[in-house]
Design a protein around this ligand. Sequence first.
Ligand code: NMX
Ligand code: MLT
Length: 439
Amino acid sequence: MGYVKDLFKEKADVQSKDIKTIIEQNGNKKLEDVTLAQVYQGMRGITGLVTETSLLDSNEGIRFRGFSIPELREKLPKVEGGNEPLPEGLFYLMLIGELPTQTDVDHISDTWSRRSHVPNHVFHVIESFPTSAHPMTQFCAAIMALQTESKFTKAYSEGVSKKEHWSYVYEDAMTLISRLPRIAAYIYRRKYKNGEHIHPDGMQDWSGNFAHMLGYEDESFKELMRLYLTIHADHEGGNVSAHATHLVGSALSDPYLSFAAGMTGLAGPLHGLANQEVIRWIDEMCTELNSQEPSKEEIAEYIKKTLLQGKVVPGYGHAVLRKTDPRFLAQMEFAKRHCPDDSLIKTVWNIYDVAPPILESTGKIKNPWPNVDAHSGALLKHYGLVEEDFYTVLFGVSRALGVLSSLCWDRALGFPIERPKSITTEWVKKFLKQAESVA
Ligand code: NMX
Ligand code: MLT
């Protein structure tokens, strides 16, 4: 076992004991009341999950093991001469609960590089799709194809004890994360670059190698990738991709199957596909207005028109956040340093200036502020990664870090199968009648 795995086990054993004590001594304590509106409306605001890796505050944004995004950008190890955190470090932090040293991060980079070989049949599965297939469809299928490699599934079929589940899930998680950049880059180069593939460079960090395989050697794009793959990694446990991974994992489906479920959720336009939708929406606006940099007045009119058509303004709003997403601000800060004069990026900033009051004036949108997806596409376009239907795959590669470290925790803590109670509207009507007759 590698030392990170040993350390994880030590931490998980301590946490396991703490949780047992919490349940024994306080298991009957009520957290909150649940209303019928919450039950009907997407379980919004109901606390129903434990996810150890990160916690979202609606006004402050995400914290990973207590660290905000600006803190992570300052404290996590970087490549020599770099400014942005290495996602390897965030993975260590989410898994172990402590900031990593440079040695820890190098150890994870090396482990992922050693395990990154993708078996041929996975490429055959990708090749069997028409190139017109959406990259997320190809990505989900490729993850499913990789499932033949699952150590967990093999061990389970051989009768491994529940106490050992975490160990095989950990191995699968590490292998899957190692291979995702190669799979994503393969889908990208096949679809957009005539199938001219670029071999991995095992001497680079996870993000640097990913950028290299996509076709980028520019150090500033690699820095963007390090930032991008860090900030998209986790957003506590209730978002669709994290929750789907956790839910499917709770049936003891292996990490490949569980992560594929998370990714099919990420592919929805209200979740991770919004980064693609933002760029399409801006493109359509620019085409309609025949301008590469529409004025704020023109943007305001276009937003109103979008709302009148009964469509969402992509990149705005959030189920939990009630302020500008700090992931949007981190990207804005990066753009101010690297490409402040880009006309698409300036348009993203102009939208930020005009959209919130218009959205707020509808009286129904709970959060009129931008989320992570409002900015990411414009930065990618600046560096020449212009194929917006690939953007959600990048989000997915990053999200693997959060949801798979969480899955290790789920199994190490022995969490049971997830099975909330559901009711029918018939049941609700009877319940209300009974409540009335008692009153
Ligand atoms: N544009 C237009 N209408 C909106 C928007 C928006 N950006 N955001 C919310 N609404 C509407 C929403 O559709 C709902 O309308 P109705 O009552 O007619 O069904 C109403 O406002 C209340 O919704 P909220 O409670 O504010 O938002 P909810 O928690 O249901 O949904 C999102 C959250 C993120 C799904 C929603 O804000 C949205 O659709 N945003 C645009 C898509 C997007 O950017 N998604 C990315 C989220 C981040 N991520 O990466 O996952
Ligand atoms: C995410 O990163 O998962 C999104 O912001 C959606 C969410 O948190 O609900």
